[in-house]
Design a protein around this ligand. Structure first.
Ligand SMILES: [Zn+2]
Length: 452
């Protein structure tokens, strides 16, 4: 964001979005622009479209992207310059005073780099996995994690840029960075004799050599399906469970895959003595930013601290993935696993992609990935709808990094839209933060009360 005093000195405009040189994801159509204008009785248009201006000057418009006849360069942070091919022209009027401001941006047409072409290998090349990777699948019919443990034997059959394509039957195309693999002399035989085991918390699956494997939940059958992949074939085994699955963990011991199932402990009724992991979304990045400059990073933490008080008063123990200090997204899972909570709740507030008008597409949404996380998502979502009263943007299954945590129920909530002027106002107020924390708290409480 940048403070820009323009034109007649009585009128000032502070545009939060777009930022100069910002990459849009659309070339045509409209997108949201937000900021503040002073004095607040100014009328404001953005590329000819009137903005909605609140009484304190916060504004939002859904403005058409205006292509430049001739692309220009724009100065961005660090004194760098960047090619821009579109503009948003802000015109603010008060009486006969007029202020104009142009913000130049880049559309995909200006920024796209051609994708490298796919080169197929004449013969598959053997590798060993050097860096562990856990990939997710997101097909409507095929959710589950694909594990590439360190030392797993794989073959690749094509290259695209610095990525190679693994030959894994029955999976969608799997591309990984070649730098995460090391070359191998040969591909060992992968022998896996599926055994059915039930009832025990831990199942061991010895292989003749370590290989990639996937775990899918089949909730209707109360089964986890473990599949081991050799280059030409895949073998599966079902691991059934009884009652309510709380989560699962996998690890590798030499060439044996160990799968542990977790159930709710017998004392699961009520919040007392439960450990709740609160994950305030974002930081070091700001996350989405509201018209007045409120960041997700700041407000997600405030809601988290209010939630902590409510949970602690109810006898639960609260642990945070982080508070004020930055924690990169991909470090949140390992931190949460160390904290070993009963449940994990990531707090966010929402924005929209380019091309969507947030004034008519807003509400409350809740995300999960593993089916065993859905009861928690349902409970917290219902409580937020009841407590906040905004439109229902549903409980959604989505492959978000923190939702892929499998060891305990893990969800991500988006109670409000921080980019909307009125919702940012709500989020800035202590009463608003308290109301959201209360709704999330009620959801967690009802989850623990109903989970036995
Ligand atoms: Zn967020």
């Amino acid at each position: 964001m940048g403070e820009m005093m323009v034109g007649a000195q009585e009128i000032s405009l502070n545009v939060i979005r777009p930022t100069p040189g910002e990459n849009l994801t659309i070339t045509n159509g409209s997108t949201f622009v937000i900021g503040t204008v002073s004095p607040p009785n100014a009328t404001l248009t953005v590329n000819g479209t009137p903005a909605d201006v609140l009484t304190d000057g916060a504004f939002i418009a859904f403005a058409p992207v205006q292509q430049l006849v001739n692309p220009q360069t724009v100065r961005i942070g660090d004194g760098k310059r960047k090619k821009s091919d579109a503009a948003f022209e802000f015109i603010a009027r008060v009486g006969d005073k007029v202020s104009r401001l142009n913000v130049l941006v880049a559309t995909p047409a200006a920024t796209k780099t051609p994708e490298p072409s796919i080169v197929s290998f004449a013969k598959p090349i053997p590798y060993r996995v050097k860096e562990e990777q856990i990939l997710s699948r997101t097909a409507t019919t095929n959710w589950g994690l694909l594990y590439l443990p360190v030392g797993a034997a794989v073959v690749a059959n094509a290259r695209r840029g610095d990525q190679v394509r693994l030959q894994l039957p029955e999976t969608q195309e799997t591309w990984v960075a070649e730098s995460t693999l090391q070359s191998a002399d040969s591909m060992p035989a992968i022998n896996f004799e599926p055994v059915n085991r039930s009832g025990s918390a831990e199942s061991r699956f010895p292989l003749s050599a370590l290989a990639p494997y996937s775990i899918e939940a089949l909730p209707s059958a109360s089964t986890l399906r473990l599949t081991v992949y050799a280059p030409e074939s895949a073998r599966s085994v079902g691991v059934p469970w009884n009652g309510e699955l709380w989560g699962f963990a996998t690890r590798v011991e030499r060439t044996t895959i160990v799968l542990s199932l977790r159930w709710p402990s017998s004392s699961k009724s009520g919040l007392r003595d439960k450990t709740i992991c609160v994950d305030p979304g974002h930081n070091p990045d700001t996350g989405a930013v509201g018209p007045r400059g409120l960041t997700e990073k700041a407000v997600n933490l405030k809601i988290g601290l209010a939630l902590e008080k409510l949970l602690t008063n109810a006898g639960a123990k609260v642990v945070f993935t982080h508070r004020d200090e930055p924690l990169p997204l991909l470090q949140r899972r390992p931190v949460a696993l160390k904290l070993n909570p009963d449940i994990f709740v990531s707090l966010h507030n929402n924005s929209v992609p380019d091309g969507t008008d947030p004034r008519t597409n807003f509400g409350t949404s809740t995300f999960y990935y593993h089916p065993h996380s859905k009861p928690l998502a349902d409970a917290v979502h219902a409580a937020m709808l009841k407590g906040l009263g905004w439109p229902d943007q549903k409980v959604q299954q989505k492959s978000l990094a923190v939702c892929r945590i499998s060891e305990f129920p893990a969800i991500l909530v988006e109670p409000a839209y921080i980019i909307l002027p009125d919702q940012e106002k709500f989020l800035r107020s202590e009463a608003g933060q308290q109301k959201i924390a209360q709704a999330v708290f009620e959801g967690i409480r009802s989850f623990f009360e109903s989970s036995n």
